[in-house]
Design a protein around this ligand. Sequence first.
Ligand code: AMP
Length: 167
Amino acid sequence: MAADHRFAVAVGGNRGEVAATLNWAAALLEADGLVRVTIRSSLHRTAAVGGPMGQGDFLNGAWVVTTDFGPHQLLHRLQAVETACGRTRTITWGPRTCDLDLLLAEDGRICASSVLTLPHPRLHLRAFVLAPLAEIAPDWRIPGVGQVSQLAAALAAPLSSPAPVKA
Ligand code: AMP
């Protein structure tokens, strides 16, 4: 396979053995040799954002995948893997075993179809997505927004510094 395109994928979950499920998801994604998971970030534990109260913390990470697929083919494959890993969509932003979102193309391509928005529209607003992404693709650029490492640093920084206290 001449795998030419690199994409970033957000991975996560908060039901079951998430780390094991994500290992299984990577194996399924690679099963026919048409997609390779070439870089994996560490997994970050984060409190759930949105959705029902009281759901468990998430483990969030990011992968770089290499493939000849176009973005729509890749999204379709990611959704099939989510389903195979037990993902259901009964509650918006509810608990889930396996969430795989297509974040960004290394070549900066943009998609705006009824099923796919690329770059992912909330990517640059979410520290729990940007932090793992900055581990594995710090130099990638979100078109019209900025460089991943700089955006991650800006989101992680406190909004203001405490004023110096005079002795
Ligand atoms: P979710 O249930 O959060 O995984 O959202 C999946 C829905 O968002 C599906 O209907 C997708 O077609 C749509 N979608 C649009 N853009 C993206 C993207 N970049 N990555 C994943 N899903 C997307």
